[in-house]
Design a protein around this ligand. Structure first.
Ligand SMILES: [Fe+2]
Length: 285
């Protein structure tokens, strides 16, 4: 990591630690993002598009996970689902252009899983411009419901600084046509291209992703908490240092139950969301 990046990251840590007013924190973070973009400090490997959907690479996250710097790479006309952040953030256009569509929530949030939203405006941002997100913190009538898309015919890159480990955070995804809201974890893509899916939970995944698993446990079809119970039992059969691979199609098991159990045991693990629509857990005994 070069000297300038180290400076930016240590300034960011300081802002997150000391500035609890989100408006002021955003104002202090803005010049750091300006500098990151102007000096072209983002490594090439975080600028590569992937074919079917926008890529989200984790560029930096401090050990305490108090913030994240994410590079999103948008293929021509690609869009992200409508979502919220539940934390403040800034998005700077690093290459080409992006569009932000903002949404307003109309219902009172009393009906679980139901949400009525309507578009409240769209703005285009070009290279070097910065947009700010999430100044209001109201559980239902949030002002951070939005989506980003690439309205152009060539790839775009945006750099996001968020006051949370955004890719691992459970937040909400909205569907305006079916009027639904659901939990979602956006995850991070692997810039080294070793996996097809996204990392949605776990500790530092670099080593465990490339390890050959000792055994595979397929719990697909089982509901929570059975995938967790079977995972714990199967781990008993594996020697220390061996890697167990677990497949599950239970969202609660993948996002909550299995990670909580493995964390409580102090084990190294990663949860990947696979394009086929289920999750793979890799855990080292
Ligand atoms: Fe967003």
């Amino acid at each position: 990591m070069n000297r300038d990046l180290r400076f930016i990251y240590s300034e960011l840590s300081e802002i997150i630690k000391t500035e609890k007013d989100s408006k002021k924190a955003i104002a202090k973070t803005r010049p750091l993002l300006d500098e990151l973009i102007a000096t072209r400090l983002v490594d090439e490997k975080f600028l590569r598009p992937i074919s079917r959907r926008p890529a989200a690479y984790l560029v930096h996250r401090p050990p305490d996970r108090s913030y994240s710097v994410i590079s999103m790479v948008w293929g021509a006309t690609q869009a992200f689902p409508i979502h919220d952040h539940l934390s403040w953030g800034l998005i700077g256009v690093y290459q080409n252009a992006i569009r932000e569509e903002r949404y307003e929530r109309l219902d009172d949030g009393s009906n679980e899983g139901y949400a009525e939203i309507k578009e409240a405006g769209a703005t285009d941002f070009r290279e070097g411009q910065i947009l700010e997100e999430g100044l209001v913190f109201d559980e239902v009538h949030r002002n951070d419901i939005h989506r980003i898309l690439n309205p152009t015919g060539k790839p775009s890159v945006s750099i996001h600084i968020l006051a949370s480990d955004l890719g691992m955070k459970q937040r909400h995804q909205y569907d305006p046509v079916n009027r639904t809201v659901k939990k979602f974890v956006s995850g991070y893509d692997d810039p080294d291209g070793r996996i097809e899916g996204r990392i949605v939970a776990g500790n530092d995944a670099s080593q465990i992703i490339s390890a050959a698993p000792y055994a595979t446990l397929d719990t697909r079809g089982m509901v929570c908490p059975y995938p967790t119970i079977h995972t714990v039992a199967k781990l008993e059969e594996i020697g220390k240092g061996g890697v167990l691979e677990v497949l599950t199609d239970s969202e609660d098991s993948a996002y909550d139950e299995i990670p909580a159990k493995l964390k409580s045991k102090g084990l190294e693990f990663v949860v990947l969301e696979l394009p086929a629509g289920f999750w793979k857990v890799l855990v080292r005994r």
